[in-house]
Design a protein around this ligand. Structure first.
Ligand code: SAM
Length: 189
């Protein structure tokens, strides 16, 4: 079965305060198997260009999109249309939720998924619209850590050991120093 779309939705983005951590969220999403990164709150083309530049060098095709009216978007995603005219699955990352390792096996994988990461203040409707509210431990910590641990558990090694076939720069794992192949240069030789 082909991988179903895996979207990551970052709520409440503030351009003046959150670019670094939100760029990290986007890069984790890309590296571990996300199909699309959705940003709600402020628009930020620089952030999207940053991700496009990583795609251009290291491969992969995760797209980025700004969405307006995130609660309306989410309601539509879970009730009507996840992109193909049928409802999808929303999973909300929250320290108030249920243990992620116990919940993941219960989640269907044949429908598009949106994994929701909160911002400074998370609207109560997110809990209501999401079919799953899951915690990566019931302590407050980092959205980047919560996202990475969830995606690792969801995709297994297929997340962290991901290779992008269209990569220009390919890192050769090394015990010491940096070893990077530039496919374009090597093909010119
Ligand atoms: N103060 C915010 C609120 O109203 O709940 C939460 C701020 S927290 C730094 C930002 C996001 O990190 C949360 O919305 C959640 O998605 C994620 N997060 C933090 N700790 C988490 C945990 N233990 N489990 C799952 N997600 C977590």
């Amino acid at each position: 079965m082909a991988d179903t779309p895996f979207n990551v939705l970052r709520l409440g983005y503030r351009k003046g305060r959150d670019p670094r951590i939100t760029t990290h969220l986007a890069l984790v999403s890309r590296a571990l198997g996300g199909t699309r990164f959705l940003l709600a709150g402020d628009e930020d083309n620089d952030l999207f260009e940053n991700v496009a530049s990583v795609n251009e060098r290291f491969g992969g095709a995760m797209s980025c999109e700004h969405i307006k009216g995130s609660m309306g978007w989410l309601k539509r995603f879970v009730e009507e249309d996840a992109g193909d005219g049928e409802p999808g699955v929303a999973i909300h990352l929250t320290m108030y939720g249920q243990p992620y390792r116990e919940v993941i096996p219960q989640i269907r994988r044949d429908r598009p998924v949106v994994l929701i990461v909160g911002g400074a203040k998370v609207p109560g409707d997110v809990f209501k619209h999401s079919q799953y509210n899951v915690a990566v431990g019931n302590q407050p910590h980092s959205e980047v850590a919560a996202l990475a641990l969830f995606m690792e558990a969801w995709f297994g090694d297929g997340g962290t050991e991901r290779h992008f076939p269209d990569a220009r720069l390919v890192i050769e794992p090394s015990a010491r120093g940096k070893s990077v192949h530039d496919k374009e240069r090597e093909n010119e030789k």
